[in-house]
Write a protein that binds this ligand. Structure first.
Ligand code: MOS
Length: 702
């Protein structure tokens, strides 16, 4: 960044103001404390022992040597660990039996006085396995593949509209292309961590989570105690990208170890173990077929996904779902095939479905534009539907065309020579590319409490989570706007604890909209109560609670989605095969942007993650060992500052009355969507070769 996009002057109304985040100073000075930074008196440290076979059974665990090491207080295994109930998620039922479903699955947990002692002892636990044959080899032609009923998000696995085969056979212009991408890891900056302690029958856990209400509920089910006997705190969270969206084993293991030893226990997952334990984006093979008229009208569209899931639980990356809403093809087929393999369980990763699916779809649309010799912006404009092609419902707002046009303008898209491999500067070839992006607007029920104090202060309580987005700041803005205050400064925000009113997790790009709806409702209710009130407030002030759980579950008569367009310029070194991103520009239509400063960070953060997906990020399972080969940040390459060029994020002033009282859509995920396709399309424009396998590393370019 070379300039501050918000130099001076702010609108008087707190909504739409680029306020700096409230906890910014605490974060940069290190006083903001994360889950592993709480150290209750007499705290012990835990280190897990992962399975070293890819499938099988534990025959014996010898803990003698580990227990004899200085400072070691316990080794938990399936033989002595507390028996758990069920929270409906087998991933959380750790150390309960001798079964090993995949390599890296935890088979023991060492607890010691210090971290180093725990780590050393973990290496001294002797586990004997009966190994079984395993299969982690993923391919579209795997004989074990099947069609699930539904995919992640509850969407049907198959949708058919019209007659795809007939329309495709009759089309004058046809495209049939297959795109592939490897497993991807979420790798948030802060690894998963939990610090747990029991006080009699009461459990307190500091957990790195995107939503501590669900962690609390699941721990209650697992430990068979009341929800009111557990407090889960997620005060500051260093990113999650979906990997902390559902409760993860660290919270369960820390609580088990604390119960077993009678001491507080801290567990921070080593980065190298995260790949197998905290979920990942499953690889996909995506076949896209498009039939079109010579004028560029898409008549037939098929998007067929093959992916994998684990034997532990089913998670199906819903990559064909965005193709259902993007273009008005009268004949369409979208399907998902899944193979069950002996792999770690895939899970949510930023824009599950949309990120991989739009990579393939938007690459295919670019290929069609080249075939037809139509500008890719115009081809998309041609195929803009009047209503959601999938549900038939009207869009609450859809400004994709405006994003394409305005983005093209700002980027300087035209004049563009559409011929590939003609812009040469010495050994470099340059190219530009475009892709569309979309993400659905979800809404989750939340309860929020608004309080007016007798001293004139205001307080909001809601169990929102700040995963780095600036949730406290935007909630204060929403509250101040609803209360009719000119400044949000006097509004205290309490979030990040399951003792607060229950709320939606920070996920599905729906945190701010969901919490905000409840906060807005509580605050307007409070303002109304205060208008009726005469005289001084009672000593304990006035409190109003709002519960949106019923209304958030109601179906909207509208199809609600964010849209955007990404533009990229790349240079490809013809000698080394290295691709460098020169410019990246995103133009978004995502409802009312409530805080331009923190929103911009989320947009460019998502776009940076899309750059990684396009160019450097990729993981692979070693067929013999059944393990991910890339398990740290040295081998799994996320973009570093030097890789990130001038990134711009802009947005339209979109007003949509069919969302929530703030008029906001989600912004956490749409930034990653479309970025990989825009870059891959720019690479094709630069070199004239279509690479359909991510990431676009130099070996593929040469
Ligand atoms: Mo996001 S993958 O819904 O945390």
């Amino acid at each position: 960044m070379t300039h501050d996009p918000f130099p001076q002057g702010t609108p008087p109304h707190p909504l739409g103001t680029p306020l700096v985040r409230r906890e910014g100073r605490e974060k940069v000075t290190g006083t903001a404390r994360y889950a592993a930074e709480h150290t209750p008196p007499d705290c012990a440290y835990a280190w897990p022992v992962p399975a070293t076979v890819a499938r099988g059974r534990i025959i014996a665990i010898d803990t003698t040597e580990a227990l004899a090491l200085p400072g070691v207080c316990a080794v938990l295994t399936h033989e002595n660990a507390p028996r758990l109930g069920s929270a409906g998620d087998p991933i959380l039922e750790v150390l309960q039996d001798d079964h090993v479903p995949h390599r890296g699955w935890y088979v023991a947990l060492v607890v010691a006085d210090g971290l180093e002692a725990a780590r050393e002892a973990a290496g001294a636990v002797r586990v004997t396995y009966e190994a079984a044959d395993h299969d982690v080899r993923f391919s579209a032609g795997h004989p074990g593949r099947y069609l699930p009923g539904t995919v992640n998000g509850g969407f049907p696995a198959i949708r058919e509209r019209g007659n795809f085969e007939a329309a495709f056979a009759a089309a004058l212009i046809t495209l049939d292309a297959t795109y592939t991408m490897p497993p991807l890891h979420n790798h948030p900056m802060e690894p998963h961590a939990a610090t747990a302690h029991w006080d009699g029958g009461r459990l307190t856990v500091h957990d790195s989570s995107q939503g501590s209400t669900k962690v609390r509920d699941d721990l209650a089910a697992l430990f068979k105690i009341g929800k009111d006997e557990i407090t889960v705190i997620s005060e500051h969270v260093g990113g999650g990208f979906g990997a902390k969206g559902t409760p993860r084993p660290q919270a369960v293991l820390a609580a088990m170890a604390a119960r077993h030893t009678g001491r507080p226990v801290k567990l921070a997952l080593p980065r190298s173990q995260m790949a197998a334990i905290v979920g990942h984006r499953a690889p996909t093979v995506q076949r896209v077929r498009i039939g079109a008229t010579t004028g560029g009208f898409i008549t037939a569209l098929a998007h067929e996904i093959t992916t994998y899931t684990s034997t532990v639980t089913e998670f199906v990356e819903q990559a064909a779902v965005p193709a259902r809403v993007m273009y008005g093809a009268p004949h369409s087929r979208t399907t998902h095939h899944v193979t069950t393999l002996d792999v770690p369980t895939p899970s949510w990763m930023r824009a599950p479905g949309e990120a991989p699916g739009m990579y393939a779809l938007e690459s295919a649309v670019d290929e069609l534009a080249v075939l037809l010799d139509i500008d890719p912006v115009e081809l998309r404009v041609h195929n803009e539907p009047d209503a959601d092609p999938d549900s038939g419902r009207p869009f609450s707002s859809r400004h994709l065309v405006a994003c394409l046009r305005e983005g093209a303008n700002r980027f300087g898209w035209l004049p563009r020579d559409p011929r590939p491999a003609v812009r040469r500067e010495g050994d470099l070839l340059l190219g530009t590319g475009v892709a569309a992006s979309t993400y659905p607007v979800f809404s989750g029920g939340s309860v929020a409490e608004a309080h007016a104090g007798a001293d004139g202060g205001w307080r909001i309580r809601v169990n929102a989570t700040d995963i780095g987005t600036g949730a406290r700041t935007v909630l204060a803005q929403i509250a101040a706007a609803a209360l009719g205050l000119s400044s949000e400064e006097q509004v205290r925000i309490e979030i990040g604890s399951s003792d607060l009113p229950p709320a939606m997790l920070a996920g599905s790009s729906a945190g701010t909209g969901s919490w905000g709806r409840a906060v807005h409702q509580a605050c307007t209710g409070l303002a109304a109560r205060l208008r009726e009130h005469t005289g001084p407030l009672p000593a304990d002030g006035v409190t109003v609670t709002a519960d949106t759980r019923r209304e958030a579950a109601e179906e909207s008569p509208y199809a609600r989605h964010s849209f955007g367009a990404q533009f990229a310029e790349v240079q490809v070194d013809t000698l080394t095969g290295e691709i460098r991103v020169c410019r990246l520009l995103g133009m978004f239509a995502a409802g009312h942007i409530l805080n331009p400063r923190t929103a911009r960070s989320q947009f460019i953060g998502g776009m940076t993650m899309g750059m990684g997906m396009a160019l450097t990020e990729g993981s692979g399972l070693d067929a013999a060992f059944g393990d991910f080969a890339e398990r740290d940040l040295a081998t799994y390459h996320v973009p570093a500052c030097a890789d990130v060029p001038a990134i711009e994020a802009h947005w339209l002033d979109e007003r949509d009355p069919h969302l929530n009282p703030m008029g906001s859509k989600g912004i956490g995920e749409i930034g990653i969507v479309g970025t990989a396709a825009a870059l891959a399309n720019a690479v094709h424009h630069a070199i004239g070769i279509r690479l359909r396998d991510l990431p676009l590393t130099p070996d593929k370019v040469l």
